[in-house]
Each structure stands twice: as structure tokens, then as C-alpha cells.
Ligand binder design. Structure first.
Ligand code: FAD
Length: 360
């Protein structure tokens, strides 16, 4: 059995790794140059080591059994989110106030960041199993009960099964899916891609100097541009870092990127002292500029927290040849890392179950 996975994010790689483990011939097609999808890291210039998360940061293994199990299986450790000391609270009253803010129960960071999951899963796939820069544009049935996957280059790949592990709105609006029913297309279009309209800023420093003066690295700000800041220092303390979510709307961010950068530096300096205004590096990742993650529909609607989506998205399509496996489809923690691992694994097991004679 030949399986093609569209999208090398966490869901797609989890599905592919699980299928490869069962001996299935699996190829992952990824439109981007890099794998990981919404999981992306700042890399150290020489070692290439992941030193800051530009996508997700946290998991809750205490409450997320699938993430807990995969972290253990892949030999990846977690560590506490630093949250000792006062947070800086601005814009909610006439004066800045300093007080501790509670952390979330069970919320931890991953040593090496969520990228460690991507790297470990990719390693479980054979050489040549992941093709980057492979933009899928079309999925059509063939006469021989297979699926033809068309790329933007005109290349066609034929597979027995296809796992669509890409954001559903992106799939519904950028892929030619002539077999998809109006009900299915509506369910896809109705599914926002979690955090796809967000931007994150990561500032790197030599030392976590804010800790010296009793600050936790947290900011809660009604003024912005960062509405929320957290300590993002690596597990081995190299580098020290702060990260924040940008409160500006996507159109404002994109119209004035240099102004955004300057205002973030000013805000960091006001919150943590002049040193914070001169980081070793400041990286701003705007997910709303990535058309493989965000869709115009996401940008035109208010952000809503992920909910369990209709069951049509968890059914097979095209006579059992097409499955969906992006995080938002999961019944468990949709939109989150837990959801991506859960749906990737569930779909791989469903593929294997549908073909028990092939792979036991
Ligand atoms: C800023 C941010 C913060 C977050 N914080 C957290 C957090 O702290 N904790 C948490 O649990 N979750 C968090 N999330 C959510 C988490 O990142 C996602 O749930 C998870 O990464 C989704 O993985 P996925 O594989 O399902 O989808 P994606 O990562 O979206 O992967 C889809 C892949 O499909 C590819 N693709 C798209 N179109 C095509 C095409 N036509 N052909 C081929 N490939 C295509 C894309 O390039 C991408 O690689 C955050 C997300 C963001 C953006």
C-alpha cells in the first residue's frame, strides 16, 4: 500500500511515522522549504540548534495523555515554565503594577522546543520520505481505485491512500477537490486554523537579567504592542529569552513592520529596563503572512477557541481513499499539539485497520 501525506506539520509527520513503523510505503509532501508547519524555531547560527519557539511553546502532559506518551516514546524531556517573581502589568490602570500572576496547572515547555518532536518524528521516516517544496494543488480519483495527487509543477503522484494533514480552510480554498461534497467543503471552510492569524516576537539575551530583580518575565499589557510576554529562556539557560504575542491586527503589523519592531523594543525596555531594549536578536514571526497556514477567511473573522468539529471531517472520503489529519480535526484538544499527535496517530491506525492484510 502506498500512502501520501499532504503537509509535514506535527499531524502529518505523526501519521507518517506511525505508518512507516508498520512498514507502509509513505511519502510526505510539504509545500514549504522547511518541515514543521506551525512548529518553527529560531536556530543558532553555527550549531543549528533550536533556541526559540516561533510557533507553539507549551504542552500540558499532566492532562494530555497522548503528548505525554509521545514525549516519552521519543525520549524528549520537558521543563517548568519559569514564573517566579512579579509580572509587569500595564495599561489596565493609571500606573504600572508589579505582582505575581499564577501560571497554568501542568503547563510545561519541551527541552529543545516542540521542534524536538518534529525532528524526532522525521528521523523515524526513511530517507527520501519527506519532499519539501512540493505544493499539492489537486486530488482526483483514478479509475483503478487510487488517488492522483497533482503538484504545482504538473507532476502527478498516484497513491492508494491520501492523508490531508493541512489546514482545512487552506485545503478547501487552494486545492482542486472535484469529488468533495458541498457538505464536506462547508465543514472545511467552517474550521478556523488555530493561531493562524497571530504573530509572535522572541527576543534573545545573554542572561535572564529580569530574574535578578525579582521579575518573572511576564507582562500583561492592555497597551501593547505585546499583550502578553513570558520568560522563554532555554532549559540550559542558553540563550536567555522573552517571548510575546503581538496585539496588533495583521493588517497593521504588515503595514508598519519597522514601527512594530521599534515599539516592541521600547515596551521591553519599559518593562524590564534598558538592557531589554537591546536584545542580541529580535525575531518576529507573523503567521498571518503564510498562505499555507492562514486563509482570508481566518483573517476576516474574530478569533474563536477551537471546538470539536463535525464528524464528517473524521470520516474517510472518496470511497475510503482520503483521510483528514490536521490538529483541528481531532476530538481531543483540537488545534493543539495534543490534537495534532492524537489525530495523526488515529488516522494512521485507521489506515492500517482498513488494510489489515497488508500490514498486520
Ligand atoms: C503562534 C502559535 C502558538 C501556538 N501555541 C501553542 C501552544 O503553546 N501549545 C499547543 O499545544 N499548540 C499551540 N499552537 C498550535 C499548534 O502549533 C498546532 O496545533 C500544531 O502545530 C498543528 O500541527 P498540524 O500538523 O496539525 O498543522 P500545521 O502545522 O498547520 O501543518 C500543516 C502543513 O501543511 C502544509 N501545507 C499547506 N498547504 C499545502 C499544500 N497545498 N501542499 C503541501 N503542503 C501543504 C503547511 O505548509 C504545513 O507544513 C500554536 C500555534 C501557533 C501558530
Amino acid at each position: 500500500m502506498d500512502v501520501v501525506v499532504i503537509g509535514a506539520g506535527l499531524s502529518g509527520l505523526t501519521a507518517a511515522a506511525r505508518l512507516a513503523q508498520a512498514g507502509v510505503n509513505v511519502v510526505v509532501l510539504e509545500a514549504d522549504t522547511d518541515i514543521g508547519g506551525r512548529i518553527r524555531a529560531i536556530r543558532a547560527p553555527i550549531s543549528g540548534q533550536a533556541i526559540g519557539d516561533l510557533g507553539p511553546t507549551w504542552v500540558w502532559p499532566k492532562y494530555q495523555p497522548v503528548a505525554a506518551r509521545w514525549l516519552k516514546t521519543l525520549g524528549i524531556r520537558t521543563f517548568e515554565q519559569f514564573n517566579t517573581g512579579n509580572a509587569v502589568i500595564t495599561g489596565y490602570g493609571p500606573q504600572t503594577t508589579y505582582q505575581p500572576l499564577p501560571g497554568q496547572d501542568g503547563m510545561v515547555r519541551i527541552v529543545g522546543g516542540p521542534t524536538a518532536l518534529i525532528e524526532a518524528l522525521a528521523q523515524r521516516l526513511g530517507p527520501g520520505s519527506i519532499r519539501a517544496n512540493a505544493l499539492v494543488t489537486k486530488l482526483c480519483p483514478t479509475g483503478s481505485q487510487q488517488v492522483s495527487i497533482g503538484l504545482d509543477t504538473g507532476e502527478e503522484i498516484v497513491a492508494d491512500k491520501v492523508i490531508m494533514a493541512l489546514p482545512l480552510r487552506v485545503a478547501a480554498t487552494t486545492l482542486d477537490l472535484p469529488w468533495a461534497s458541498p457538505n464536506l467543503l462547508n465543514a472545511m471552510q467552517d474550521t478556523p486554523t488555530w493561531m493562524s492569524t497571530h504573530a509572535k516576537a522572541v527576543a534573545l539575551y545573554e542572561r535572564p537579567f529580569w530574574r535578578d530583580v525579582g521579575l518573572s518575565g511576564r507582562v500583561a499589557s492592555a497597551a501593547g504592542p505585546l499583550v502578553e510576554v513570558h520568560d522563554h529562556t532555554a532549559a540550559d539557560m542558553h540563550p536567555a529569552a522573552l517571548f510575546g504575542f503581538v496585539g496588533w491586527r495583521a493588517d497593521k503589523r504588515q503595514a508598519a513592520p519597522e514601527q512594530l519592531r521599534q515599539e516592541i523594543l521600547t515596551q521591553l525596555a519599559q518593562s524590564f529596563g534598558p538592557q531589554a531594549g537591546s536584545p542580541r536578536d529580535l525575531v518576529i514571526q507573523d503567521w498571518a503572512t503564510n498562505p499555507r497556514i492562514v486563509s482570508p477567511l481566518d483573517l476576516s473573522q474574530p478569533l474563536s477557541h477551537p471546538v470539536v468539529r463535525p464528524s464528517i471531517l473524521r470520516q474517510t472520503h472518496l470511497d475510503g481513499r482520503v483521510y483528514f489529519a490536521v490538529s483541528e480535526v481531532s476530538e481531543r484538544s483540537p488545534g493543539l499539539i495534543e490534537g495534532a499527535l492524537a489525530i495523526g496517530e488515529a488516522v494512521a491506525l485507521a489506515v492500517l485497520k482498513d488494510h489489515p492484510t497488508d500490514h498486520g
